[in-house]
Design a protein around this ligand. Structure first.
Ligand SMILES: [Zn+2]
Length: 504
């Protein structure tokens, strides 16, 4: 996405423009394009713009993608969304309401929902509209996973730590496509090297969901993000980075100054929010689950860096002490929190803090853990899940849905099944609202650096067109989301149809 003079233009739009621009006139054409975007007359600015075309457009491109569009992009451009789509005779779950709408028609133009009407919508024949005769099926917003790791969800931990990173990135790209095909049109990535993957998806080079990237998660030494090998420690100031840091998975930082530096590096790379490790974790070997990580000044340093960029810090924390410290330091979202207590839950509610909670349980949806210490820690977390949801409901805390699947392709395939499991605590409508409208609200917390400005997670006029056509009513039977291959007949993201198996 690029932002020029207050306008936001998606990379796809830029890519499509780039398709039409070829040959020796490229610089001049780009100059015209920049001039148009800036709202000046091409005649008066053409020479100037052509001369500075590279510089200008670099400034225009998104934070972290400060270079030109991928060369040779045109042949790989995503199916053009310039063709409008008309869904006829749908009943709408709008992301908020517990009931379906009356039979309606929905027109998508460009990447947004242009019109919703119970009356027939007429379109010009010349518009070449794709008509989807939905026959009363349910149209709902694309799903959003608020805690995902695009780089690590489906790849075994040992492979992640040892294999050729180029190979690992290709695996992640395949998994990104699978994620979209499960109906998850947006993910908030809470750690891992995904800036390149996000860019390739946004440009239409690869297929996948919208990604709200955090970049590397920031961790103290011996914290939940410290996956260094024993021979990489001790670190000396100014010494070489560890393997996981070079790859962009983790950023080890001790002291407010180092946390500030690492946070700013992620923002430079294109992070839409900052992820900090604020307490003990399950999969990491060097920290007890009870440990509190970082100090208030260290967390505050990241909060200040994020807030200066219009965004926020979200923090991995299970215990009351770790959560309380994070809230005191200005963190806006808590990840996990299964070991919370009643006063700390009230603290979240009183301060309007988001709780990104996962339905971790000891069942077929649990991510695999190889070492017994991690397995023991996982049991403590599983035991807290019931209480956590009870408190989230009791105090009406702003709760996000996320899966946090790690290291296993089979479990990654159960992303929708994990959402369906939420009916243990919520009605299907409440669970689906959390994974659509509520999560969409959380995505918007990244403020003026939001990579996808516009409304996500709702079906309403003007919202971004991320839509699923479901064969059945998920408000009555949420298990439909467990089998997206069969039950999601249409998957649309950003106005583009990626799947259409509606019987013709
Ligand atoms: Zn995670």
């Amino acid at each position: 996405m690029m932002k020029v003079a207050g306008q936001k233009v998606t990379a796809n739009d830029a890519g499509r423009r780039a398709e039409r621009i070829r040959g020796p006139n490229l610089a001049i054409e780009l100059g015209r394009m920049c001039a148009r975007i800036l709202g000046r007359t091409p005649a008066s600015t053409l020479a100037l713009m052509s001369a500075f075309v590279v510089g200008s457009c670099q400034v225009g491109l998104a934070q972290g993608d400060a270079d030109l569009e991928a060369p040779g992009l045109a042949p790989f451009a995503a199916p053009a969304s310039s063709r409008p789509t008309l869904f006829q005779n749908v009943r709408i779950f709008d992301g908020r309401s517990a009931a379906l709408s009356a039979p309606s028609n929905v027109l998508v133009r460009g990447n947004t929902i242009a019109r919703i009407s119970v009356n027939p919508i007429t379109v010009e024949a010349s518009e070449n509209v794709r008509v989807i005769a939905a026959n009363g099926r349910v149209l709902m917003p694309g799903l959003i996973d608020a805690h995902w790791h695009a780089f690590m969800a489906a790849t075994p931990q040992m492979l992640l730590m040892t294999a050729d990173p180029n190979y690992l990135h290709l695996l992640a790209a395949r998994q990104a496509e699978a994620t979209l095909m499960r109906g998850f049109t947006t993910i908030r990535d809470l750690g891992g090297p995904v800036f390149g993957l996000k860019r390739a998806i946004d440009e239409g080079v690869m297929i996948g969901p919208r990604i709200y990237p955090s970049g590397a998660f920031i961790s103290q030494t011996s914290g939940h993000g410290d996956f260094r090998f024993s021979f990489e420690v001790p670190r000396v100031t100014g010494g070489p980075l560890s393997h996981s840091e070079v790859e962009g998975i983790a950023a080890i930082a001790d002291s407010p100054d180092e946390v500030r530096l690492r946070a700013r590096e992620q923002l430079r790379g294109g992070a839409s929010q900052i992820k900090l490790m604020g307490g003990g974790g399950v999969a990491s070997p060097y920290n007890p689950i009870e440990s509190t990580q970082y100090t208030e000044p260290e967390i505050r340093a990241a909060v200040e860096a994020a807030e200066n960029w219009g965004t926020y810090v979200t923090i991995h924390a299970y215990t009351p002490r770790a959560i309380q410290q994070a809230v005191a330091a200005g963190v806006k979202c808590i990840e996990h929190g299964q070991l919370i207590d009643e006063p700390t839950a009230k603290l979240l509610a009183d301060n309007g803090i988001w709780w990104s909670l996962q339905p971790f349980m000891d069942d077929e949806n649990a991510s695999p853990l190889v070492n017994p210490v991690s397995q023991k820690k996982a049991q403590e977390v599983f035991a807290g899940t019931e209480n956590a949801y009870r408190l989230a409901k009791k105090y009406k805390i702003k709760t996000a849905f996320g899966t946090d699947i790690l290291f296993d392709a089979r479990v990654a395939g159960r992303q929708g099944a994990i959402l369906a499991r939420m009916v243990r605590w919520y009605t299907p409508a409440e669970a689906l609202k959390m994974a659509t409208a509520d999560n969409g609200e959380l995505m918007a917390l990244s403020g003026f650096i939001n990579p996808y400005p516009g409304k996500l997670g709702v079906v309403e006029e003007g919202a971004l067109a991320d839509l699923l056509l479901v064969d059945g009513n998920p408000l009555e039977n949420i298990k439909l989301v467990e089998d997206p291959d069969k039950n999601f007949l249409v998957i649309m993201k950003d106005g583009t149809v990626y799947k259409d198996t509606v019987p013709k």
